[in-house]
Design a protein around this ligand. Structure first.
Ligand SMILES: [Fe+2]
Length: 391
């Protein structure tokens, strides 16, 4: 083995995660015992924090401990700079010394970003989003994760959309790691069926992409391979019966591994294109956008650099990593999402040929950092031709 084949990589693992059934109470108490906040902002969306029961557990403990708290429950899917600024203004008037984020990726990402901008003295999120200002400080943040998709509870990223430019992208900072995270599978059993599928597909593509970026390593490939196997084994069970706690446990474990993979090796073109799609149309769930474009894009990359996709051998053991197998990859990835009723078609999402120019432009404009990590440098023309096959 040559020295060059022994990869260099940075191992990141900076978050304590309480993982397991009924960990939420211990997590909240541990966080309050450690940081002793006197004023807390609890951030959530309109539905899942209440329906899952997580919010009432948190409120009861805060009331028992007489911690002054305010609930901000306006975060929506594909959160915008506008909603982040509304949370920032709320923090500026409430002056919290800690934040508890209760939700899926949208809530966790918004909370991670805004609590850091607030602690850094910022009064507007936009210059931080565009890198004109840097995050310099953070507030203690407890992330109570309610979905098995984003991995945001273990990573240093937060994704927002600028509603003016339609740019959707991830902000990254070492200060954005949560101070403590809770992954309690019981809190995911009330996830609606569609969200169960979309969030798991998000975790699945975190694994496929992170294990094939220019930053990928044996470490991420090992975790990704384990996580992908668990997703394929357990998603059907959770789809059929949302209350199957064992299936939820493994899907949540897999999404946490996917988050660690993402934190270490990031993602590439599937996420870049999806960010353009849901940047243009924020009503499209992130996981659905990935499901639609993923099979075509990954199979094309496989035809160019099959050796970067060893992780797929976990699911298709007789793959020989030959370019001619790319149609098999597309078939496999399509079949995986089609069994849950998803059609891999941009037309189904409401896009026509006239929209492709915008999708390609936004992909290259908003996500050059992800495209740089792609194992094969795709041109705008190549991307447009591939997307045209999906209309
Ligand atoms: Fe994602």
């Amino acid at each position: 083995m040559s020295e060059e084949s022994l990869e260099k990589f940075t191992l990141r693992y900076r978050v304590d995660v309480l993982f397991g059934i009924d960990t939420i109470r211990d997590g909240v108490k541990m966080f309050l015992d450690h940081f002793k906040p006197s004023r807390v902002v609890v951030v959530c969306g309109r539905r899942s924090a209440r329906v899952s029961g997580a919010l009432s557990v948190i409120e009861n403990i805060l009331e028992e401990r007489k911690v002054h708290h305010l609930i901000f429950d306006k975060v929506h899917a594909n959160p915008t700079i506008d909603i982040a600024n509304e949370l920032l203004r709320t923090m500026m008037s409430h002056r919290p010394d800690a934040v508890i984020a209760v939700g899926g990726g949208s809530v966790l990402d918004t909370s991670k970003i805004v609590s850091c901008v607030y602690a850094s003295g910022g009064e507007d999120v936009r210059p931080y989003f565009y890198g004109e200002k840097c995050i310099k400080s953070k507030l203690p943040l407890l992330a109570v994760n309610l979905t098995h998709g984003t991995g945001s509870e273990v990573d240093r990223f937060g994704v927002l959309t600028d509603e003016l430019t339609r740019h959707k992208r991830a902000m990254a900072s070492d200060l954005m790691y949560p101070s403590l995270s809770v992954d309690d599978p019981k809190l995911t059993v009330t996830l609606p069926r569609e969200q169960t599928v979309y969030t798991s597909i998000d975790a699945f593509y975190h694994c496929v992409e992170s294990s094939s970026t220019t930053l990928s390593s044996r470490f991420t490939r090992t975790l990704a391979s384990e996580a992908m196997t668990l997703i394929v084994e357990n998603l059907h069970r959770a789809y059929r019966n949302g209350e199957d706690i064992e299936a939820r446990y493994w899907l949540l474990y897999a999404s946490m591994l996917g988050g660690i993979c993402l934190d270490n090796s990031r993602a590439h073109i599937v996420h870049a294109v999806e960010h353009a799609i849901s940047g243009l149309r924020p009503d499209i769930p992130h996981g659905l956008g990935l499901a639609v474009v993923g099979p075509k894009l990954i199979s094309y990359l496989y035809s160019k650099v099959p050796e970067k996709f060893t992780v797929l051998q976990t699911l298709i053991p007789d793959l020989r990593l030959q370019p001619r197998e790319h149609r098999r990859i597309e078939y496999f990835l399509k079949a995986f999402v089609e069994q849950f009723g998803i059609k891999c078609s941009l037309s189904e999402l409401g896009f026509g040929k006239d929209d492709l120019r915008d999708i390609v432009r936004l992909t290259f404009e908003a996500s050059p950092h992800l495209l740089n990590l792609c194992p094969y440098k795709m041109s705008p023309e190549e991307l447009a031709a591939l997307l045209e096959e999906l209309v």
